[in-house]
Design a protein around this ligand. Sequence first.
Ligand SMILES: Nc1ncnc2c1ncn2[C@@H]1O[C@H](COP(=O)(O)OP(=O)(O)OP(=O)(O)O)[C@@H](O)[C@H]1O
Ligand SMILES: [Mg+2]
Length: 232
Amino acid sequence: MKTILKAHNISKTFKRGDINLDILKNIDLEIYKGQLTFIVGPSGSGKSTLLQLLGGLDTPNSGYIEVMGDKLNEMNDKGLSQFRRRHLGYVFQFFNLLNNLNALENIVLPLILDGQDSKESENKARILLGDLGLSDKSGNYSHQLSGGQMQRIAIARSLIADPHVVLADEPTGNLDSKSAKDIIELFSRLAREKGHTIVMVTHDLSLIPYGDRVIHIKDGEIVKDEILNQKN
Ligand SMILES: Nc1ncnc2c1ncn2[C@@H]1O[C@H](COP(=O)(O)OP(=O)(O)OP(=O)(O)O)[C@@H](O)[C@H]1O
Ligand SMILES: [Mg+2]
């Protein structure tokens, strides 16, 4: 198994008034290429915080993250932004769609920011919209979309740059069980057929059989690491 993402003894502390809250405690973790890895655990256990650190959206108080052999802490802001746009895809727990852009514009944004051709980018986005069953929503703004539709737009945006690693925070949290199954099948296919690496936080245990591995987090620590599928 090839390691694509590695957390070296990372810790994260948030301050609340005078109190230091240790949200993540000395996490060592290797994520393997081509696997669909789930992160599960109770609300408040630190799952979203961990995902943000793994993707370079926030920095640990100690320790560091390595993606494809590159240390995120050694990149400057510009280098890190570019690295993230090209290699990492995110699905945020609360979507983070831009309200002043329509669905199609939200999806192509990572490519446009990267200076890529807009016609080609739009064509890619339309294919993804079709895959996600949203062909008729390309011109809709956030307030004209349901929660589940916004979630799928956010998923499309995370995949548009064909990233090596997709970090998805409860990407099926707002979907009915049929749409959730479609998304997890899409992720599982991306991992199996295209070698993409997916790290996904979920509360939906019915999705677990689609994965290769389940990491259990409690109070900011990894308490169990289950390999489901030893294929790679
Ligand atoms: N910026 C912040 N400042 C202070 N505390 C924070 C901050 N972000 C997260 N926390 C705290 O860190 C803890 C972990 O939060 P996190 O969002 O990682 O949990 P989670 O496991 O994703 O929970 P959920 O399943 O509800 O999404 C929580 O107690 C939260 O209140
Ligand atoms: Mg969360």
